[in-house]
Ligand binder design. Structure first.
Ligand SMILES: [Zn+2]
Length: 243
């Protein structure tokens, strides 16, 4: 299977920035050592599923996944422990459903992509803010200059200066927000494209776990106490599989 883009698109950069920000925001820094790390959550307490090697009676060890809270505290969640193989099988089952439905998914993808690509409103808002920001900055500059070259009432000067800078700070914050929204939409687009390319490149149902396909499609997954795995995919869709 091969869906690597030949070069790194600018949108991929946006995606990385966005994902890093999200991870920082959630306070969960996880190493990308294993493809399930940082992706699977406990449906009961919201903690990440962590891995540990289990030494059985037999010679071989196996990787087990379980709620991190269950591992570290006395409160035990009812969500099940899972082997690597169980997670892989759940993924194979769910991805095959997607591959079988790829025509439907592709249609939804096209519609969503169209909406996400249209940044007209955000850009107009951004430009308005930028204009106002430039005006206020210029007013502050002029005021300081005036104060340096003429005798202004210092109380009045301070009052004006404070009110201008207050406005300036607010505008700056709003500009940052809007830039983040634009970046977020670009990241969503990249996510969706990556997802769709991965699904489209599958000519037939899969029988073996494919790590690249996992990375390209899965945003996160949640394990329920009733033995279900709810997948959230990069295109924004969800699907549930029984474990
Ligand atoms: Zn839990």
């Amino acid at each position: 299977m091969d869906f690597h883009p030949p070069i790194i698109e600018p949108e991929v950069f946006d995606l990385v920035q966005y994902e890093m920000k999200q991870r920082k925001a959630s306070g969960k820094w996880v190493s990308a050592a294993h493809c399930f790390s940082g992706k699977i959550f406990c449906g009961e307490c919201g903690s990440l599923y962590g891995s540990k090697l289990q030494h059985g009676k037999s010679k071989y060890k196996r990787m087990m996944w379980q709620c991190n809270q269950a591992a570290s505290s006395r409160i035990k969640c009812k969500t099940p422990q899972l082997t690597d193989k169980q997670v892989q099988e759940a993924f194979i089952a769910v991805i095959n459903k997607l591959i079988a439905n790829k025509a439907v998914i592709e249609q939804a993808f096209k519609e969503m992509l169209f909406i996400l690509t249209d940044n007209t409103k955000l850009e107009a808002r951004h430009n308005d803010l930028q204009d106002e920001y430039d005006v206020v900055r210029e007013m502050i500059r002029k005021l300081i200059e005036e104060n340096a070259t003429t005798t202004l009432d210092q109380k009045e000067y301070q009052r004006q200066y404070n009110s201008f800078t207050e406005r300036y700070v607010i505008l700056k914050e709003r500009l940052v927000e809007i830039n983040e929204q634009i970046q977020e939409r670009a990241a969503k687009r990249t996510n969706m494209k990556r997802f769709m390319e991965a699904i489209k490149s599958q000519k037939r149902l899969i029988t073996k776990f494919d790590e690249e396909l996992w990375f390209a499609t899965v945003k996160s997954a949640e394990i329920t106490a009733t033995n279900e795995m709810c997948f959230s995919f990069r295109d924004g869709s969800n699907k549930i599989v029984r474990l």
